[in-house]
Design a protein around this ligand. Structure first.
Ligand code: TNX
Length: 531
């Protein structure tokens, strides 16, 4: 009877639990039937992104009222990770999960978090996760790896673990052996807070959703024609006037330096680097409207609330422009612990070619004078660049020119990675200039072969931009980002050889209840047999 119960609980903990449990240990890379025939082997738990290796063992671990977390060594950072895990487990279980500094071997029935160099090849973000009926062990050489291990652990528990109210349980975890690390170091999302403004709370929720899929970079597009969203002490009118409206005349807003610092701190606890963008010399109408001296004719244009692009330019020939750039980037650098400042550089039809090149080269030096590295949209490759700068591909072959100059690139191909594209013509928001992007389109591409002239070694990683011309609420963000962002996360994390749409779509089906439990307003794509 007890064995039968264990088998039932075990199956409940695994996705597709209607299959035979005869094959209890199966390397994840083994080809297997995606059908549900009685002869197909047991389906592995639905972890996204797919781990490098995962084998199932016999039995289940049960999270129960007394389950505690033991941390070793008990550094403040590692203890913080223990508390982060406890906070994820408490609401739905209703258990008062305790976190202890481990002095001895953790007792049976506990969860251990260990920083250890035992497997140093796991590098900055890799981890192991071992679950037996007696013990859950998360181990990594660095805290970021432990953080990712926690995300995997969450995905092995029943979906209702993500609810913020007490659920009935039980809380089985399948016995499993996972060893995992990312393919690319840069796995990002971009949020445009300029076309529509999103404040601290919304951005924090977005960070939580990203981190669940092991994304580790949040690029904030802070300025554009329609809005300037970060208060700059030395140029106060930028936010005060330039931040006062949004697309369609919707309400504006801006982040104060302390709001920005709260976002950075929140992201840091989730191992997400904030990458701030000040878009220039184009996409600058909000700044031009705020300060007449930034315009070549000395006349400030009116604020802009439409969705055209390519009509604005800072006055490249004026020294006031560089005082402005220097002041803004100095203040931004002082608020930003990460090594990068993004300077935009896209869609500069209102700037001459010679002006564009000299501007980008001068701004590159200004960024470096503040101790940072420059990132720009791929058009920056028209200028002479330093190999420490980074180019971001979106829709041309300029990024290959950047690679010729020795730069590495971030891949955000609009036809796959643009989260603001509609899924299909019926999608109630979004644009479609780069096409319609269903979940499979977002998933099915390889960063190593996407752009002629750019190979795996040139690729820093991937990033999915969410432009917000048509996006007004967190629910809208959720709808366009999920589930496509989960697909992009797998493109960035999982090995090229593990890429498999039919396998991904089955795992994604199991994430419907998880996203629902988190309150994510995701798109129920007809490509997925949602559970
Ligand atoms: C292109 S991608 C832009 C943005 C728009 C977006 C809309 C890029 C670097 N520039 O200014 O918001 O298309 O999809």
């Amino acid at each position: 009877m007890r064995n039968l119960l264990i088998v039932i609980l075990f199956l409940a903990a695994c996705s597709g639990g209607d299959q035979s449990p005869t094959s209890m240990s199966q390397p994840i890379a083994t080809p297997r039937s995606t059908g549900t025939s009685a002869t197909s082997p047991l389906t592995l738990p639905a972890v996204i992104p797919r781990p490098v290796s995962m084998t199932l063992g016999p039995g289940v671990f049960h999270l129960v009222a007394g389950t505690a977390i033991y941390v070793e060594p008990a550094t403040p950072e590692a203890m913080g990770l223990g508390r982060y895990l406890a906070e994820r487990l408490r609401p739905a279980t209703g258990y008062d999960v305790q976190v202890f500094a481990a002095s001895d071997a953790p007792p049976p029935g506990s969860i251990s978090l260990t920083i250890t160099t035992a497997d140093a090849s796991l590098d900055d973000e890799g981890y192991t996760l071992t679950i037996t009926p007696d013990q859950v062990s998360l181990a990594a050489p660095h805290p970021a790896g432990l953080f990712h291990a926690v995300q995997t652990l969450r995905q092995l528990l029943p979906a209702s673990i993500e609810a913020d109210t007490v659920q009935s349980g039980p809380w089985p975890l399948p016995a499993v052996n996972i060893r995992d690390y990312p393919r690319f170091e840069w796995r990002g999302a971009m949020l445009d807070v300029a076309r529509h403004f999103f404040g601290v709370e919304d951005i924090q929720r977005f960070i939580d959703r990203m981190a669940y899929y092991k994304l580790n970079r949040l690029h904030l597009h802070l300025t554009d024609d329609q809005g300037w969203r970060l208060a700059i002490d030395s140029w106060p009118n930028l936010a005060a006037l330039g931040g006062s409206t949004a697309v369609g005349g919707d309400p504006g807003g801006f982040l104060t330096p302390s709001d920005y610092a709260r976002i950075v701190a929140y992201a840091e606890k989730r191992y997400v680097m904030i990458v701030p963008e000040i878009d220039m010399p184009g996409h600058t109408n909000a700044a031009l409207a705020s300060y007449p001296e930034l315009n070549c004719d000395g006349v400030a244009p009116p604020l802009y609330t439409g969705i055209e692009v390519g009509f604005s330019s800072l006055c490249v020939g004026r020294e006031a422009t560089y005082r402005f750039v220097d002041d803004v980037l100095r203040e931004l650098a002082s608020l930003t612990p990460g090594p990068y400042l993004h300077i935009g550089g896209d869609e500069t039809q209102a700037t001459s070619e010679a002006d564009y090149r000299s501007f980008v080269e001068r701004v590159q030096s200004i960024v470096e004078s503040h101790g940072k590295k420059m990132i720009g949209w791929e058009e920056i490759a028209r200028a002479n660049l330093h190999p420490t700068s980074v180019a971001q591909h979106w829709s041309s072959e300029w990024a290959a020119r950047a690679v010729e100059q020795g730069l590495r690139v971030i891949l955000s191909p609009a036809t796959h990675a643009y989260l603001d594209m509609q899924y299909d013509p019926g999608t109630p928001m979004g644009l479609h200039w780069a096409g319609y992007i269903e979940v499979q389109d977002a998933y099915d591409w390889d960063p190593a072969t996407q752009v002629p002239g750019i190979t795996e070694k040139d690729v820093l990683g991937v990033e999915a931009p969410l432009w917000t011309e048509t996006v007004r609420t967190l629910a809208d963000i959720d709808f366009l980002a999920f589930p496509r962002l989960a697909g992009i996360a797998e493109v960035g994390w999982s090995a090229a050889g593990a890429h498999d749409w039919s396998d991904f779509r089955e795992r994604l089906a199991g994430h419907g209840p998880r996203l629902s439990a988190m309150g994510v307003n995701f798109y129920r794509s007809p490509q997925i047999d949602w559970r």
